[in-house]
Design a protein around this ligand. Structure first.
Ligand code: FES
Length: 120
């Protein structure tokens, strides 16, 4: 996705998303989950669980794996892929950080960015 296809939004202070933590932010019509992975990498995904839309930020985030608090689906937040069940993937947004701020790229397509998966 080129930067011409996304609108970059300043969404949070880097110091407010600690390493090993996840934070939910609203960006226009999208609700975005920011994940600061162990080791320092930042990722941005849909914030609602693709199973039944429970807020993923309410789940447990341990060793880079987020477990949804509603029905225990598990997601690898390095890739966005589900581990249990194994056939689902979180919608992923481009993201980057400066020394102080975190930015998320929202596609300029006028749609809500979100995957749903069946199962469970
Ligand atoms: S809503 Fe997340 S596992 Fe069901």
């Amino acid at each position: 996705m080129s930067s011409a296809e996304v609108a970059w939004a300043d969404v949070a202070a880097l110091e407010d998303v600690w390493e090993g933590d996840v934070v939910e932010v609203d960006v226009g019509a999208d609700r975005v989950l920011l994940a600061h992975l162990p080791g320092g990498q930042l990722k941005a995904y849909q914030a609602a669980c693709p199973h039944s839309e429970f807020p993923l930020a309410a789940g447990a985030f341990d060793e880079g794996v987020l477990t949804c608090a509603a029905h225990n689906w598990e997601f690898d937040l390095a890739t966005g892929e589900s581990l249990n069940p194994s056939d689902c993937r979180l919608y992923s947004f481009p993201t980057f950080a400066t020394t102080e701020r975190i930015f998320v790229g929202i596609p300029r397509d006028g749609r809500r960015h979100y995957n749903r998966c069946r199962g469970g």
